[in-house]
Design a binder for this molecule. Sequence first.
Ligand SMILES: Cc1cc2nc3c(=O)[nH]c(=O)nc-3n(C[C@H](O)[C@H](O)[C@H](O)COP(=O)(O)O)c2cc1C
Ligand SMILES: C=C(O[C@@H]1CC(C(=O)O)=C[C@@H](OP(=O)(O)O)[C@H]1O)C(=O)O
Length: 406
Amino acid sequence: MLRWMTAGESHGEALTAIIEGVPAGVEITSEQIRAALARRRLGHGRGARQKFEADELSILGGIRHGRTLGSPIALSIGNSEWPKWSTVMSADPVPETALRKHAGTGDEREIARNLPLTRPRPGHADLPGLLKYDLPDARPVLERASARETAARVALGAVAEALLEQVAGIRLVSHVVRIGTVALPDDAARPTPDDEVRLSADPVRCTDPATGAAMVAAIDSARKAGDTLGGVVEVIATGVPIGLGAHVQADRRLDARLAGALMGIQAVKGVEIGDGFAEAARPGSAAHDEILTIDAGRVDRATNRAGGIEGGISNGAPLRVRAAYKPISTVPHALRTIDLATGEPATGLHQRSDTTAVVPGAVIAEAMVALVLADALVEKTGGDSVAEARRNLSGYLARVAERTQW
Ligand SMILES: Cc1cc2nc3c(=O)[nH]c(=O)nc-3n(C[C@H](O)[C@H](O)[C@H](O)COP(=O)(O)O)c2cc1C
Ligand SMILES: C=C(O[C@@H]1CC(C(=O)O)=C[C@@H](OP(=O)(O)O)[C@H]1O)C(=O)O
């Protein structure tokens, strides 16, 4: 079983991530994890913060000389902006005067940073969070609700992707299929993991240049209009063997695990497995994936509408899942709210924000799919080392081949 967890606040000193259950011998370097973190920062429509803030990765445990040890892997992602936030986010008590030291200086940014956030922003965790936890303002809520935390997940996802490839040859790719009303045509070629360099170089992680240009234009016009956009991302995994996940219990189904993991990303409001919602409109005769041949474990199907999962079990076809991101909540054209300090109508606080998070959202979704697949893979293979997991997998695959040879 793989277990993972993150800690840390958006403007805190560092994010921390721990993953346990990774077999010994997975080759992974800090450079690979840094590359994954860099991919998450990319994308047209990101706000000012990505330009000046740096992810400072440290590997604190579980990896030695470029290989996992089988022990828990602990990662820290320091925030280069911490000195500016060290008073506001201090773990130890600070005197009131320290929080007010900018009053009267005219430095609006510093004054705002230190003020209690009593105007909950619609679309954020601010209002339910501060009432649920009985907090005086929204700062403690928004600090943890912020998608800054996804940096920690992407770092863990890099470890999961290395495990998947080295144990089973499973590779992942993610791309953007919709931003606002601009969508990749249904008949556009799907990317493969070999397209990563090209996708990372594209401002919107889109495979089709004309659609990508229209997405960039849509983001620019939303920004000019003081608005924000959502969209849809797709993650594809190739090389997934038959048999990850299980039909026997609701929480063991691979589709359920993927949906939960993707819905666990900030701002994700919908998940689709394979053709998902389009399937609901089709007759059964045009909704399933007919089996054409089966030969020594290789299954050839007419289509892959199911997205590689039947009955909660991977069926050997490429895995294909989508996640829908709602538009960024902090809309520059500020939304109406109530100031909890006075009970009076107000507008939500807006200092800066991304125009869209869909492009990094693809990389984050890829990390979440990797973590779910890695968990399902080690569950199937067992094994305390990569070599043992590989041996177990090839023993199982040999039996699948034997069962399907005529
Ligand atoms: C990569 C990424 C970046 C985000 N950036 C912002 C942002 O700059 N401003 C904002 O208001 N929301 C942003 N969000 C969305 C909020 O974090 C999210 O909507 C909020 O925490 C409420 O959670 P919920 O949408 O899941 O209900 C971002 C989300 C992601 C995935
Ligand atoms: C810092 C990151 O994303 C942040 C996620 C976020 C939110 O509300 O989710 C709001 C923004 O931060 P701020 O409100 O401080 O400008 C984003 O920049 C990141 O992705 O690394």
